[in-house]
Design a protein around this ligand. Structure first.
Ligand code: FES
Ligand SMILES: [Fe+2]
Length: 327
């Protein structure tokens, strides 16, 4: 995990108003809830008394407090215990009766958590070119891999004709010219892929590619965990790779459609298109879950090739961000 980052951790619709749920993210058990005003809160799900799951308790006072089910300790959203019932409601609570609280933010129908020791200096940002009114359909599932493997799969242009030979990879375009990686800022890059049928000429290096050859289709990765495929101005696939623990990742795929002026029709197209996206994702899952080790590092015994350039760039930057933030 890279520290001091805003991570997408859930889809907004998964946390209904007045609801308290338990999830695992970053290898930690978390209790998440939405109060009566719609604000999302998150504290550790391990009670500081004797370790019961707080999320199995209930919300009090319109979600201003949450009560552990075991002995009724009441927590506020900063993680402090405010009431120890067996001591009497008005007895003072020692300061060390607290659990960790996480900063939350809601944006683009996602819940974001700040993971790190420093204070956030800015709010999270989603993709600039997707505004909130663009209709989408969403699908999510858990993969049995570290999130680095799930991300790298979406940065990999050379698996497409093999893994997706009968879907998005039809046409046997096995040779990958380029690919070209362009850093847009310190934590975000675009990459362009040029797959073609093997005509006997070797793959061209990125520096041999003309800028004019760049297609309008490009992919984008934004640290620490979101990705976008710009298929068209009006058609996007996005993914959020949510770290559950070292060996599990929840992937949220969205299919954004803006083809027509009618929102409901766009939504319908997005919904009808999701089974295809799901099929493509399952083709990936079947292979990616076989990869060993389950997690990647910059320095590991893999033999990367030209077509892996976006993956290499990802690994380098991840390492750089880790050494700058994981003190
Ligand atoms: S374990 Fe939570 S109140 Fe006792
Ligand atoms: Fe794929």
């Amino acid at each position: 995990m890279i520290k001091n980052q805003w991570y997408v951790v859930m889809s907004s619709k998964e946390v209904k108003e007045g609801k308290l749920i338990g999830v695992t993210r970053f290898g930690e058990k978390l209790a998440i809830w939405r109060d009566a005003e719609g604000k999302v809160h998150c504290i550790s799900d391990i009670c500081c008394h004797r370790g019961a799951s707080i999320s199995h308790g209930k919300l009090l006072e319109n979600g201003e407090r949450v009560m552990c089910p075991f002995h009724g300790f009441e927590y506020d959203s900063t993680g402090r215990v405010r009431v120890i019932p067996s001591n009497g409601r008005n007895s003072p609570v020692p300061e060390n009766f607290k659990v960790k609280a996480y900063k939350t933010y809601e944006l683009a129908d996602f819940i974001w958590l700040w993971y790190g020791d420093d204070e956030p200096t800015q709010n999270p940002s989603y993709f600039d070119d997707i505004d909130d009114s663009l209709p989408y359909s969403e699908f999510s599932e858990v993969w049995n891999v570290h999130y680095s493997r799930a991300i790298e799969n979406q940065l990999d242009p050379i698996h497409v004709p093999f893994v997706h030979y009968n879907t998005i990879g039809r046409g046997n375009r096995t040779v990958a010219d380029g690919p070209i990686v362009r850093w847009i800022n310190d934590t975000m890059f675009y990459f362009y892929v040029f797959n073609r049928v093997d005509d006997g000429t070797p793959a061209r290096k990125p520096e041999e590619m003309q800028i004019s050859e760049m297609s309008k289709v490009y992919l984008e990765f934004k640290f620490p965990n979101i990705w976008q495929n710009h298929i068209d101005e009006k058609l996007r696939v996005t993914a959020a790779f949510v770290p559950i623990d070292e060996e599990h990742t929840k992937i949220y795929i969205r299919f954004y459609v803006g083809f027509t002026k009618i929102k409901a029709l766009n939504k319908l197209i997005a919904t009808l298109g999701m089974p295809f996206n799901k099929k493509v994702l399952h083709q990936d899952k079947a292979v990616v879950e076989t990869q060993i080790p389950k997690k990647t590092e910059l320095r590991m015994s893999e033999n990367l090739i030209n077509g892996d350039l976006p993956i290499l760039e990802y690994r380098k930057k991840r390492e750089q961000l880790k050494s700058a933030n994981n003190k």
